[in-house]
Design a protein. Structure first.
Length: 78
């Protein structure tokens, strides 16, 4: 499916944000825009191996798809 997204930029028929939201079944994000967790690793980094600011074990990998509406600006996502 992501191939359709990339190919859309090469044609006159751009995919709209609403089409992306529907195609990938994105959910509303609490801070605005839309997202979907695409995978969550079962392997964990133990809290003892992480900096002190972390209070629990963390997944090795947890990628997301984000789609922000025009006007929403984010500098950093934890």
């Amino acid at each position: 499916m992501p191939t359709l997204f990339y190919l859309s930029f090469l044609t006159d028929n751009m995919i709209t944000p609403q089409q992306l939201i529907q195609q990938f079944n994105l959910q509303p994000h609490p801070e605005g825009g839309w997202y979907k967790e695409t995978y969550k690793s079962t392997e964990l980094l133990p809290v003892a191996a992480l900096p002190q600011r972390f209070t629990r074990d963390r997944s090795f990998l947890q990628p997301f798809i984000f789609c922000w509406n025009r006007g929403i600006f984010r500098l950093f996502i934890k």
